[in-house]
Design a binder for this molecule. Sequence first.
Ligand code: NAD
Length: 321
Amino acid sequence: MLIVPEREIEALMTREAAFDAVEKVFAAMAAGDAYNFPVVREAIGHEDALYGFKGGFDQAGLTLGLKAGGYWPNNLERRGIINHQSTVFLFDPDTGKASAMVGGNLLTALRTAAASSVSIKHLARKDAKVMGMVGAGHQATFQLRAALEQRDFEKVIGWNYHPEMLPNIEKVAAEAGVPFEAVDSPGMAEADVIISITSAFAPSLMADHVSPGTHIACMGTDTKGKQEVEAELLVRADVFTDEVAQSISIGEAQHAVAAGLIKEADVAQLGAVINGTHPGRTSADQITLFDGTGVGLQDLAVAAAVVDLAVEKGIAIEVDF
Ligand code: NAD
């Protein structure tokens, strides 16, 4: 079995490799070649932790395994380590033997940023100039960094519930040489592409804050009850997702579906657009919305890519197991 520790991931994994892995696995999911197992997520009654598993099998890429981990809210304060902790385990699909154990913390941020980037590549207008950010936390910096590579953006605008966090994303824009402007939430109407990545349980982006022709990637809602955008926006938009079952149960679409505003059949897989079996954006004034809920196959895809890179560079630790 090969081990790739968390400390090695930063030097090994590139945004390009994460993008390619996620784009391929979304395509495989839509083609019926890859599927996710039901998600397990439990409040374990210890340290206020949420712990669970996300797994799947990609028959096209021959990737089988799971990501185990979750959220330990006291880690940073009590132990000086980050609150989100995860590890990916890969198995040989021919034998069931464990083949790799890979640090999953940084990979989670990279694969989540890759998902919104894949959606921007396939659904945003080619002439998009203004990038809008709702959210300025840990994930937001990865999201913005990756998104700026997808179009020739001339400006970043940002709104955050906690305005004191905005410098986090302003710094990323500055590093990419793109001017940044803080706006109020209706100010998002200027954006051609919007990413929302917050842990909100009530919408802050309203349907009237989004202009015709915009592509929006809703990336923060990954649990029942969370919500970032007004449900009416999903009526006005053409809705795409990584996985429909997650989108309507734990993703942003859960609210519009529960309110009877849209149906399951109104939510399409982004992978179908990648495969060319769904037309995706068909007009310049259409609003497209990607509901990125985060699937186990994304984790497996980037972990498999990182194992290959680690083997190539002689960094993978081999253990007799
Ligand atoms: P973080 O704690 O670093 O940042 C939280 C963000 O949410 C900040 O911008 C904060 O200002 C904002 N926020 C907090 N309370 C809010 C409120 N009441 N209203 C509006 N905004 C509020 O967290 P993070 O690591 O950046 O994660 C952000 C979200 O992304 C979380 O909900 C997390 O579960 C989710 N996430 C999703 C995926 C996926 O695959 N879709 C992957 C990783 C994380």
